[in-house]
Design a protein around this ligand. Sequence first.
Ligand code: NAD
Length: 499
Amino acid sequence: MATQDHTERIDAQLLIDGEFREGQDGGRVDVENPATRDIVGTVAEGTEADAEAAVDTAEDALAEWADRPAPDRADVFHRFADIVEERQDELARLITLEEGKPLEEAGYEASNVHTTIRYFVGETRRMRSSVTPSDQDHKQTYVKREPVGVVGLITPWNFPGMLPMWNLAPALVLGNPVVFKPATTTPLTAFRLVEWLQEAGLPDGVLNFVPGGGATVGEAILQDDRVEAVSFTGSTATGKRVAQLNAQFLRHQVLELGGKNPLIVAEDANLDQAIGAALWSSFSNAGQKCTASSRIVVEEPILEEFRERFVATTEELTVGNGLDEGVEMGPLVDEDGLEKVRKYVGIGKEEGAEVLTGASEFEDDERSTGHFYPPTIFEGHNDMRICQDEIFGPVTTLIPAADIETAYDIANDVRYGLSAAIYTTDLKKGHDAIDELEAGTVFVNQGPVGVEVQVPFGGMKESGYGRELGQAAVDNYTKQKTVYIDYSDEGRYWYLPWD
Ligand code: NAD
């Protein structure tokens, strides 16, 4: 297996008021390829002062951008989508280089980026609102939408192209300037997208890019009362802090947080399909997905067969550098991610969970240099910490369930509620699961991963607040104004005792 050459190097900068520049303290941070630990680029480190300058600029850009006719704004994004589509392979390669997922998976992510842009370009010219008849004759009521104002966008590293675009595209195209802070681990993909958006003709100041720390740049954006809406995707712990800061200003917010997602395999499931889904949803992106199936709840009559076949298929996965052909699972994103997996595998063993496969590290040169960990399956019970805490790595646990009702109870017995899935060939069970499962998204005969841009996505319980994508994005990035027009010319007043 020959590692492809990956010598390209990007030195990402901030973008403020249309100018690419260094941070005010001049700091730079290395960006590492998690498969090799080679430095693939650097990123300028923004400061609190840069965040403030970015909000100044965004505020100045607001009126003109918001007042632009929707088709003019849309033109920029048509060009942007074309650029991303033409350069999709370059984007995919960059995602693999800095985040580690295999090139094919990165290709799906890159194509999701332009799909998302094209969907929201359409949305800007619709900007659906509602007309509901007034109770009175010769009177009209309707709701109009206006851009919400300056948007703060803070994103994680696990989908460095797709997750920013889920919010950048609707926020910008609907008329809002944005201050965008990407994750420090994966800023290069975000930087490329920002460059391409400028190339597509976005006016200066409408998008401002401030990479930097969460405690510095992130908090500075959130502490600024001129920021009218915030989109945050990241861990539940950070999300709670973000919500506290947002509460000061009662601003629009959408919080997309962690998950501990169950995949139920009912006794009547098509096992070939259920195993394929368990494999993909547990181990794609090395399990670093908010929607990963980190708990697989299996009805006891089929447990033995499922266990044997799932373990055997997992052991066939090829783990390596995502740029190499045939690799099916890449590394963890960084040393912290790897350390967390090691810690939880230790906890699982101490708790008495049985290791079915994995749980011991690679010793060959290539994989012991990168942040690799083998796909790992435990068998245990739901009150173990490995079944309650988000591990965010290639670790899943089989949990036996005596019957389907018990399976629902197990699935729901967790503080998260992002996504949940069931494999069944029984129509009634499928519908019962939709009713029973406490999750923002429920999948029947699909693993709990893989969402589409035109429908809302988000979590229940501690997995989040609000929804993104689809029409929900339009709600997030517009203010609604209800209008009453009385054309009766009768001088009618409201609730008149004095008529
Ligand atoms: P994280 O919470 O550590 O960081 C997310 C972002 O927040 C980063 O840009 C970080 O720099 C910034 N940040 C950190 N502290 C901050 C603060 N005090 N103020 C403002 N910003 C701050 O999360 P992560 O490790 O980058 O990402 C993994 C987590 O994201 C997992 O929990 C995963 O489930 C979650 N996630 C959720 C979704 C979803 O849609 N629900 C999608 C992807 C990832």
